[in-house]
Ligand binder design. Structure first.
Ligand code: HEM
Length: 199
């Protein structure tokens, strides 16, 4: 199975780190139990898992500089003069790692989002992986739901087995969309009742 091919919206590398993975799977087994697959309605009850997705999107936003936008008039942003017809990039990758905003910014710690009202839907300017304002991601709600459902389903239904070097490597190749340098290629072993996979 090649998760990289299908998982363009999300980098799974941090999620696969052992202690986080164990906690996510334990929560999935408790909320979804093991005799059925994950359903959309389960996501609201997967609090730790939701925090993990925020933590991944903070450090690895799929579109690191958002979509370049031209200014239609001259303006000032935080004391900087920006002229008309300038192309503006919003560096959400940098914002997600800003030590003025995040304690230990490079630490992957989903717990920081537990009990916090910060979400990724464009209301909190510290965390904007889907953009904000008039030109925010038009598929925001769909993309957000699909990422949760897709990743939760994979983690619940299959035991991960990725080579160590792939899990340890968190380097990325920049561009319009961020990609892992090492492809996340591994094997997947079913972990639920065999009959479920035959339907
Ligand atoms: C998790 C998956 C997705 C991520 C991470 C993502 C991310 C983004 C980002 C960062 C932007 C730029 C926002 C800005 O400049 O402020 C954007 C724009 C956009 N996205 Fe998404 N997106 C996702 C899923 C989708 C889906 C599923 C659709 C369509 C069904 C979609 C359609 C669009 C469109 C049309 C725009 C351009 C909006 C505009 O310029 O007015 N996206 N997306």
């Amino acid at each position: 199975m090649d998760l990289d091919e299908e998982g363009d919206c999300i980098s799974l590398e941090d999620l696969m780190r052992t202690h986080v993975y164990r906690k996510v799977v334990a929560e999935l087994d408790q909320v979804v139990v093991k005799y059925r697959f994950v359903e959309d309605s389960d996501i609201a009850n997967l609090h730790y898992f939701q925090a993990v997705i925020k933590a991944v999107l903070r450090l690895h936003p799929a579109v690191p500089l958002l979509v370049p936008r031209p200014t239609n008039e001259a303006c000032q942003i935080q004391g900087y003069n920006v002229s008309k017809h300038c192309i503006v990039y919003v560096n959400v990758w940098g914002m997600g790692r800003d030590p003025k905003v995040w304690d230990n910014p490079l630490e992957f710690k989903p717990e920081r989002f537990i009990g916090s009202s910060i979400d990724v839907l464009g209301q909190n300017y510290n965390l904007l992986p889907l953009g904000a304002g008039r030109r925010y991601c038009a598929g925001m709600l769909l993309g957000h739901r699909m990422v949760h459902l897709y990743v939760a389903s994979l983690l619940h239904a299959f035991e991960r087995d990725f080579p160590r070097e792939v899990l340890k490597d968190s380097s990325e190749i920049g561009g319009i969309a961020l990609k892992k340098t090492l492809r996340l290629v591994g094997t997947a072993k079913p972990r639920l009742a065999e009959s479920l996979y035959r339907k």
